[in-house]
Design a protein around this ligand. Structure first.
Ligand SMILES: NC(=O)c1ccc[n+]([C@@H]2O[C@H](COP(=O)([O-])OP(=O)(O)OC[C@H]3O[C@@H](n4cnc5c(N)ncnc54)[C@H](OP(=O)(O)O)[C@@H]3O)[C@@H](O)[C@H]2O)c1
Length: 312
C-alpha cells in the first residue's frame, strides 16, 4: 500500500493545516481541552467554524478558552467528563448524543502516574487513556453515524514503543507496576482501537486514526518522578538536548487527522508529523511498532474492552 503523505511536516502548526477548511455546521468534541494540545486543537477547530464541545474534568478550568472562542465569534461549550469514571462518561454521552457528531478527538491523557485506579478499579492509564475513550466512542456511535461522514482521532504516542498490550495482566494485578510500561500499553491500545474502530464502522462513514503528536512540554509530566525523567531522558540535562515542538506544532497532526483531505477514503492509520508513520525498525525512536498495527490484537482488544466495561 502506498504511504499517505501531505505537504506538511514536523514544523507545521495546527493553524497551517486547518487553513482553508470551513467547518460551519460541523460539531466536534475534544477531550482534555483544559491544557496542552487539547486547548490548541479545540481553538483551531472553533476558528474554522466548528461547534466545539470541550469535554473536561473541570468545566470551570475551560472558561479562559471559552471566552477566547466567544471573542472571535466561535461556538463552544464545556461539559464535564471524567474519563476515570465510566458513570461520568455515560452522563456526558447522554447529554451530547442528540446531534450529529463529525469529529471526536480523543486527546485527554495521563502519563507515568504512580499506581492508581479508576472509579471502577482499572489501572489509571489504561482506564483514562483507553477504556474511558472506548466507552465514550461506543456511546457516541449513533451521533457519529448520523454525521454522514465522521472522523475519530485517538492521540497515541511513541510511548507505544515501550509495550504491546498485555492481555494476561492488563491492570497490573499480578505483575509489578511500571509507570512507563502502563503508559506504553495504553498508547498501544489507542492505536489498536483506531484500527478496529475503522474496520468496524467505515461502512457507516466513520473513519478513525491514531497519531504521535511529537514531544511537547505540556502538563503531561505532572506525575513524573526524577527516576522516570531519567529513564526518558527528560531530566533537566537530557531535556536541553531534545528538539521539542511548540504546542501549535504538536497539535498539527491531530488537526491533519481530523481534516486532512489526503486522508479522505482511508482510515485505521497511525500518523506522525502530518504524514502516515513509517514502520519503526529496532533502534528507531519514531514510527509505528508492529504490535500497534496488529489487526488480530485490535479485534481482541475491542472484545476485551467491551467485556471489561460491561462487567464494571
Ligand atoms: N506532550 C507530549 O510530548 C506528548 C507526546 C506524545 C503523546 N502525547 C499525548 O497527547 C495528549 C495530550 O497531552 P498533553 O501533552 O496536552 O498533556 P496535558 O497538558 O497534561 O493535558 C492532558 C489533558 O487530559 C486531561 N485529563 C487527564 N485526566 C483526565 C480524566 N480522568 N478525565 C478527563 N480528562 C483528563 C487533563 O485534564 P486536567 O486539566 O483536568 O488535568 C488535560 O486537559 C495525551 O493523550 C498524551 O498522551 C503527548
Amino acid at each position: 500500500m502506498t504511504r499517505i503523505t501531505s505537504p506538511f511536516g514536523w514544523e507545521t502548526t495546527a493553524a497551517e493545516v486547518a487553513a482553508g477548511h470551513d467547518l460551519s455546521g460541523r460539531r466536534a468534541i475534544v477531550t482534555g481541552a483544559t491544557s496542552g494540545l487539547g486547548v490548541e486543537t479545540a481553538r483551531v477547530l472553533a476558528r474554522c467554524g466548528a461547534e466545539v464541545v470541550l469535554a473536561v474534568r473541570n468545566p470551570a478550568a475551560a472558561h479562559g478558552l471559552l471566552d477566547e472562542i466567544a471573542a472571535f465569534g466561535g461556538k463552544a461549550h464545556a461539559a464535564a467528563l471524567d474519563l476515570a469514571d465510566l458513570r461520568s462518561v455515560e452522563a456526558f454521552a447522554a447529554a451530547e448524543d442528540a446531534a450529529p457528531l463529525h469529529l471526536l478527538i480523543l486527546n485527554a491523557g495521563v502519563m507515568a502516574c504512580p499506581l492508581m485506579r479508576t472509579a471502577q478499579g482499572f489501572e489509571m492509564q489504561l482506564g483514562v487513556n483507553h477504556l474511558g475513550h472506548f466507552h465514550l466512542t461506543t456511546l457516541l456511535l449513533p451521533a457519529l453515524k448520523a454525521a454522514g461522514g465522521a472522523r475519530v482521532v485517538a492521540v497515541s504516542s511513541t510511548g507505544h514503543h515501550w509495550s504491546a498490550f498485555d492481555f494476561d495482566d492488563p491492570n497490573f494485578e499480578r505483575g509489578e507496576y511500571d509507570p512507563l510500561a502502563a503508559y506504553g500499553r495504553s498508547k498501544t491500545a489507542n492505536a489498536l482501537f483506531a484500527l478496529e474502530l475503522d474496520r468496524r464502522y467505515r461502512e457507516d462513514g466513520i473513519r478513525a486514526f491514531s497519531l504521535m503528536p511529537g514531544g511537547i512540554q505540556t502538563e503531561l509530566g505532572r506525575y513524573m518522578t526524577d527516576e522516570v525523567r531519567q529513564r526518558l531522558g527528560t531530566d533537566p540535562e537530557g531535556a536541553r538536548k531534545i528538539r521539542w515542538k511548540s504546542v501549535e506544532q504538536g497539535s498539527a497532526t491531530t488537526i491533519w487527522a481530523a481534516l486532512g483531505r489526503e486522508l479522505d477514503g482511508v482510515g485505521g492509520l497511525y500518523l506522525e508529523d502530518c504524514n502516515e508513520a513509517l514502520p519503526s525498525e529496532p533502534g528507531m525512536r519514531s514510527g509505528v511498532k508492529p504490535w500497534a498495527r496488529d489487526a488480530e490484537a485490535a479485534r481482541r482488544l475491542w472484545d476485551w474492552s467491551a467485556a471489561a466495561i460491561a462487567a464494571a
